[in-house]
Design a protein around this ligand. Structure first.
Ligand SMILES: Nc1ncnc2c1ncn2[C@@H]1O[C@H](COP(=O)(O)OP(=O)(O)OP(=O)(O)O)[C@@H](O)[C@H]1O
Length: 849
């Protein structure tokens, strides 16, 4: 609450209790001091208190209430018109000052009147002029004050009018405001005096006490009331006097202005007018200012109301908008809230679930952590232990390594010594074994020679490139050399595994030289006058040609044999004069073709005949060969002639028998005896069965022919094996040609070539069976063909053979035998062979040894 200027704080301090009493009390009642004193006196007889009404009466109280109302109105008005209310106190202050001045002037006027009356009573002229002067001054001052008063009143009137706009009873209240305030001031002064008296009375009452003092107080009160009434009367009288003085003054003024027109008065009048004008001007200015203020206030009010209206509208709009937005957002928020609720529910559920899981997981984690920590500790401890152990181990390892090195060095030395010893022993034993083996072989060979067995060598070729993938996939090869004499064929096509024994089994990795070593002795026995046949048997592609001819740079039996013969002949050239001749023929479809004869041949004309020195082919060309160059040229020509008439060389070669024959004529320079030997080197046709070839027509005929000659060979071998009286040599040209090589006066070697491939196992087995049968054949002890210079032919050829058609071998009768060798003998074979120059000292061949 704001404080109002010119109003004391106590003016606001309303006694509520008094007010209540006023409402309830009877206005016509006598002053209620006693009653109220009783009422306010406590039981102990405490000093009573007095209300406003008790002290100042009903009228004063009413005015006071009006004043309070006015103040409240002012406060309200101030709320509504802040500017106006602020002006009011200023105006009131000015008004009060004016009243004070007016009062002073009146009192001065009274004094002047008294003195004027006194002066009139004296009746002097000087007094009159002085009085007139004083009156004029006073009038002037009074007029000024009156003007100011009017101004203030008009100001107050305007304010009242403004306040009247606020309506109601405020107008009347504002009218009385000044007067009330003035009276209030007077009353305040009186009240102060009364309070003093009251305080004195209270002090007295306090000292006397009891009912007695109450009576005194009541008396004093009555006195005070009387005094107050007196004062009121005096006031009313004073007012009446003022009014009378005013009326008197106005009357005197009128009288003066009407009767006296002195210069002084005129001057004063002028001054008065000037002052009045000045005053009016000032009033006009103030009024203008006031109007401006009013306009400003109005404008402000208008602006304010407009603004208020605008604000109101805006507020309404904003309210509406906000309400709509609020509703919308409320809706959204509600929806979101619903969602959130749902989500919360879900989350809560999950949370509960998770919490339970977490709790268990947490427990597990904690437990795991504890276990893990323990494990880590254990592991760390174990690591430390292990490190220690490792260090110990390293140290021990180092020691051990050093020991090991020492031991190794010692061992290496020992091993070296032992190896040397062993090597010595091995070579010793090997030598021993070799000697023993040779002995055994010799004995075996002697047995064989005595028996005249066909010696059978088995050669297993390596796998061809095209066969590698097939056979190698299966793992081990089905045909395997188990030892130097045993070959094993694995079980294939429901046929049991089988082992074959031969005079020698050559494994795939054993080369041409090894094979030749096995036949070398037989080859060289030709120089001793023996008939030797070396034939390669086996299915097509089993390695027959490879074995007999051999590829370039790795010659087979043919070239090696001839080379050997030339070399040995050379070696014993001092004792023997040796000559060599050779022929190359082919038996194809049971026809003999001379491959050394170029041009067209009539196969029917070549046939095999039996001469005095054995089987021969009349008309077959024999060429003398002196060295390997002659042999190579001759073989080359034979191949060339073979390819001339053969349309398909490869097929042809597989289906024909190729026979290279070497005839040796050795004349003993000492006795003139002649040793005639014959070497057949035969590359037989493929031995596969007809069913396997699937041949038809000419091919079938061809196959049958091949089959016929090989069958005939088989028959001959079987007959020989069974020691039949009749040996069917004549069944084929081949067997007929080999009659003196497969008979009793010859040495025969069959090399059975086999393929190691799985796909050929069946044929391989057939070949091996055939060779096994051949091995059982006993031809009887071989005998050398020796033509003795004594007594003509000597023993000559047991088979009644003679030299082949164009044979360079000298006729049996052609030469005389040395002393003591009068006849040609087929008996003294071994002995005859063991001539000083006839045998190789190396004895490389197992069969020859
Ligand atoms: N011991 C071996 N070492 C290396 N290769 C060999 C051996 N034997 C045979 N061969 C190879 O096998 C293949 C067949 O050999 P080869 O021609 O000698 O058989 P074949 O029995 O004579 O056949 P055909 O009856 O058709 O004349 C050839 O390529 C040959 O080089």
């Amino acid at each position: 609450m704001c404080r109002r200027q010119g109003l004391a704080d106590e003016e606001y301090a309303l006694d509520d209790e008094d007010e209540d009493e006023h409402v309830e009390g009877d206005e016509d009642e006598e002053p209620l001091l006693v009653t109220r004193a009783h009422k306010h006196t406590n039981g102990n007889g405490a000093v009573p208190s007095y209300g406003y009404r008790d002290l100042f009466g009903k009228e004063a109280e009413m005015r006071r209430r009006q004043l309070i109302e006015v103040k409240m109105l002012r406060a309200e008005t101030d709320l509504q018109f802040p500017g106006c209310v602020e002006i009011i106190p200023q105006l009131q202050h000015e008004l009060r000052l004016l009243y004070e001045e007016t009062k002073d002037l009146r009192s001065q006027e009274d004094d002047t009147n008294h003195r004027s009356q006194d002066a009139h009573g004296d009746g002097g002229v000087n007094g009159s002029s002085e009085l007139v002067q004083q009156v004029a001054t006073l009038q002037k001052q009074l007029a000024a004050r009156d003007a100011k008063l009017r101004e203030a009143e008009s100001e107050a009137a305007r304010l009242r009018a403004r306040l009247a706009d606020t309506g109601g009873n405020r107008e009347s209240s504002s009218d009385e405001l000044q007067e009330l305030e003035y009276q209030l001031k007077e009353l305040k002064v009186t009240l102060a005096a009364k309070d003093k008296e009251l305080a004195t009375l209270r002090a007295k009452a306090g000292s006397t006490g009891g009912a007695e003092s109450n009576a005194q107080l009541a008396k004093q009160r009555d006195d005070a009331v009387q005094a107050r009434e007196l004062l009121q009367q005096q006031l009313a009288q004073a007012r009446a006097e003022v009014t009378a003085a005013e009326a008197n003054f106005r009357a005197q003024q009128e009288a003066l202005s009407a009767s006296t027109e002195s210069e002084q008065a005129k001057a004063l009048q002028k001054q008065l007018w000037a002052l009045t004008e000045q005053h009016n001007k000032r009033v006009a200015e103030l009024e203008a200012e006031m109007r401006q203020q009013k306009v400003l206030i109005k404008q402000l009010q208008t602006t304010k109301s407009d603004m208020m209206q605008d604000m109101k509208t805006k507020v309404e709009a904003v309210k509406a908008e906000s309400a709509a937005a609020y509703k919308a957002s409320l809706k959204t928020v509600q929806a979101q809230l619903d969602e959130l609720h749902a989500l919360r529910e879900g989350v809560l559920e999950e949370l509960l679930h998770f919490q339970s899981e977490c709790l268990s997981e947490k427990t597990i984690t904690q437990m795991t952590r504890v276990v893990r920590d323990k494990d880590i500790l254990r592991v760390r401890q174990a690591q430390q232990d292990l490190r220690k152990q490792l260090a110990d181990f390293d140290a021990r390892l180092k020691e051990s390594q050093e020991e090991v090195q020492t031991v190794r060095a010692e061992a290496a030395q020992t091993i070296r010594i032992k190896e040397l010893e062993a090597a010595g022993q091995i070579s010793h034993f090997r030598e021993k074994w070799r000697v023993e083996f040779d002995k055994r072989r010799k004995l075996h060979n002697t047995v064989l020679e005595l028996k005249g067995n066909i010696r059978v060598l088995c050669r297993v070729r390596p796998l061809l490139e095209k066969e590698r993938s097939v056979t190698a996939n299966g793992g081990e090869m089905p045909v395997k050399a188990m030892s130097e004499e045993v070959l094993r064929v694995a079980a294939v096509d429901n046929k049991a595994e089988k082992e074959f024994e031969f005079d020698r089994v050559l494994a795939p990795d054993e080369g041409q030289d090894k094979l030749y070593d096995e036949v070398a002795a037989l080859v060289t026995s030709v120089l001793d006058g023996f008939n030797v046949a070396i034939m390669a048997y086996g299915q097509t592609g089993s390695g027959k040609t490879y074995t007999m001819e051999g590829p370039e740079g790795n010659p087979g039996v043919n070239l090696r044999a001839l080379g050997d013969l030339f070399r040995i002949a050379e070696e014993r050239a001092s004792a023997f004069t040796t000559t060599f001749s050779a022929s190359v023929l082919e038996i194809y479809n049971e026809q003999i073709y001379d491959l050394l004869m170029s041009g067209a041949q009539d196969g029917d004309k070549l046939d095999v005949k039996q001469g005095p020195e054995g089987m021969y082919v009349p008309g077959l060309k024999l060429e003398e060969v002196k060295d390997m160059a002659d042999v190579t040229a001759m073989i080359g020509r034979g191949k060339s002639n073979r390819s001339t008439y053969a349309t398909n060389m490869n097929e042809h070669s597989s289906r024909s028998h190729l026979v290279l024959s070497v005839y040796v004529n050795s004349v003993n320079k000492l006795n003139g005896n002649i040793l005639r030997g014959k070497l057949h080197l035969i590359d037989l046709a493929g031995s596969e069965r007809l069913s396997r070839t699937g041949a038809q027509g000419d091919r079938l005929k061809e196959a049958q022919a091949i089959n016929k000659s090989l069958s005939a060979l088989g028959d001959v071998i079987q007959a020989l094996q069974q020691r039949n009286a009749h040996i069917p040599y004549r069944n084929s040209k081949l067997t007929r040609l080999l009659e003196d090589s497969l008979g009793g006066n010859s040495k025969c070697v069959m090399i059975v070539n086999v393929s190691p491939a799985t796909e050929n196992v069946s044929e391989t087995k057939c070949s091996l069976e055939f060779a096994s049968r051949a091995r059982k054949v006993e031809l009887g002890r071989a005998r050398a063909n020796v033509v003795s210079t004594e007594g003509g032919n000597g023993n000559g050829s047991g088979s009644g053979g003679g030299a082949t058609g164009a044979s360079p071998i000298p006729p049996r009768s052609g030469r005389a035998t040395p002393a003591g060798e009068g006849t040609m003998s087929r008996v003294g074979s071994r002995e005859a062979m063991s001539t000083p120059v006839g045998r190789r000292s190396t004895g490389a061949s197992s069969l020859g040894r």
